[in-house]
Design a protein around this ligand. Sequence first.
Ligand code: DHB
Ligand code: MG
Length: 219
Amino acid sequence: MTDIHVAVDAYLEENLLKTDPILDEIARESEAAGLVPHAVTPLQAEFLALLIKLCGAKRVLEIGCLGGYSAVAMARALPEDGQLITTEIDTRTAKIAQQNIDGSGFGDRIDLRVGPAMDVLDTEISQGGSFDFVFIDADKVNHKNYLERALKLTRPGGVIVADNVVRGGAVIEADSQENSIKGVRAMMAYAATLTGVDMTALQTVGAKGYDGMAIFRVS
Ligand code: DHB
Ligand code: MG
């Protein structure tokens, strides 16, 4: 991350985003609780919200809740009868997220499931769950496993976004011994085998450093 990326993020936020007491409060509470600073940026949150509106999503699945920042940003973009399921493995983090969600005013649209994302996904698959939009943002070790399951859970025409697919450029290190890099590379290798899926990735810079999002449209 460089100063210019931070400054440009601030400039874009100032011009394109409205003041956002709800998300600002979640960011503050998450920081005060000592959660890792890995939530999406305000501009990225709005990007996710825009995608949700563009594809007319009503049912959203988030894999990896953290403090609830992106969950609230996405739930807010849904129609009133929309539903968002999100997962959090860490019980303390989930407690903070639930407080943030309850305080946001959008708690009635958000179903926070505490436990390993893989269990939630497998349960949803066994129950015939179907989603219009999936955001994958949990541990990167399981990125491929999450994408595999997300593809089963996304209806034709639905969209999947996977966060953190660039990792400061480390994704291209083929012999990386870091498990998160191995996980992202496994996801990319799996993506390379897919047919009938429109997909791309965008490298991102900004206040949260250099990373990227992959985007998939299931047909
Ligand atoms: C990490 C995780 C994230 O979801 C993110 O957006 C940035 C960093 C991490 O685990 O390092
Ligand atoms: Mg992320």
